[in-house]
Design a protein around this ligand. Structure first.
Ligand code: 5GP
Ligand code: MN
Length: 325
């Protein structure tokens, strides 16, 4: 750990001692890393005597995370409620907090903990480690440094964060340290089979039907190096599926052997298209997403385009094709 990061974590520890209330918050469209880091860190902070810890609800949580210890603590807090400290997790810019971004205005100290290259350092204290596999991995580092006890419950949450954000330890961001952390978490006696069944082997029939429908829209470009699918609101309705059920579709098409860039277009509302991008070897999809005010990682990114599905597809494809050649 660099000296700079050590000093920042030390400063976080000192600020926590002075604080009476802290609120943890993460991004809209929650994923395993956002929810796992939020719960893992929050449960640990509850060990600090006299510190009130709240977990802010920002958006519906996919049902496959309902098994996580402490999930019942995630509750709505007022958008102008005061806290001595607000800790944002896995959140590269404050727009990712959606309507809850106003909560930052009333906090004494904002602590921004994240691993996105595109992080805007909007906090009073920014613990941003772009090389970390996941925010969960950073939280483990912080807990160890602050001497907080990693219980089996906390270990379960952090393992989920790391496992989901590394594509089960497959992505390039997976380091030797990632495996060391995973090993320490396993030593806490977490139930690996239960975690894996809940996360990866509990697909609903509605979600499976949505995958089939989405694959029917699959189109290839540039010698099958680019693959695009879309999901309209009608398709969601037909399958009685939710937007969370679109998770995993973009990875499915990325996995096709010829594909370098996979793109999914999800119709959130009329003229509001959430774009998900994945790449395999050389295309920097964070850079492509940035051109549409989005962000993320080199191999996984996203943005929103306020146009029709057809128009959004045209615009994003134009940018992908510039970079694929
Ligand atoms: P997903 O496609 O799973 O929603 O997102 C993949 C990655 O891109 C995640 O790391 C996520 O944080 C990032 N991402 C997705 N959408 C946006 C966006 O609109 N803005 C930014 N800054 N990052 C995004
Ligand atoms: Mn993450």
């Amino acid at each position: 750990m660099s000296k700079e990061i050590k000093l920042k974590i030390k400063s976080l520890g000192e600020k926590l001692k002075e604080s009476k209330s802290v609120c943890l918050i993460s991004h809209i469209h929650p994923d395993g890393d956002s929810i796992g880091s939020l719960l893992g860190f929050g449960l640990a902070l509850r060990q600090i005597e006299g510190l009130e810890v709240k977990f802010a609800y920002v958006d519906d949580i996919p049902s496959n995370f309902s098994f996580l210890p402490g999930i019942e603590n995630i509750k709505k807090v007022g958008r102008d409620e005061y806290f001595d400290m607000i800790i944002t997790l896995d959140c590269s810019d404050i727009e990712r907090l959606g309507e809850m971004k106003t909560i930052l205005e009333s906090a004494d100290t904002i602590v921004n903990i994240d691993h996105h290259v595109s992080n805007l350092d909007y906090g009073d204290l920014n613990i941003v480690l772009p090389k970390a596999s996941s925010t969960g991995e950073i939280i483990y580092k912080i807990l160890e440094y602050l001497g907080l006890n990693v219980t089996k419950e906390i270990a379960t949450c952090l393992y989920v964060a790391i496992s989901t954000d590394t594509g089960s330890f497959k992505y390039e961001s997976t380091s030797a340290y990632t495996h060391i952390v995973a090993s320490r978490l396993l030593e806490k006696g977490i139930d690996l089979n239960k975690i894996n069944v809940e996360l990866y082997q509990s697909t609903s029939l509605n979600k499976a039907n949505l995958l089939i429908k989405a694959l029917n829209t699959l189109e290839f470009y540039e010698n099958k190096k680019v693959a695009v699918v879309y999901i309209s609101r009608n398709m969601l309705e037909d399958c009685k599926a939710t937007i969370h059920d679109t998770n995993g579709i973009v990875e499915f098409i990325r996995n096709i052997s010829t594909v370098e860039v996979a793109c999914v277009l999800k119709e959130i509302a009329n003229n509001e298209i959430k774009v998900g991008l994945r790449s395999k070897r050389y295309v920097d999809v964070a850079d492509i997403a940035k051109r549409f005010n989005g962000g993320g990682h080199v191999r996984a990114s996203g943005c929103t385009i306020f146009k029709s599905i057809e128009e959004a597809k045209h615009d994003i494809l134009e940018e992908i094709l510039k970079d694929i050649r």
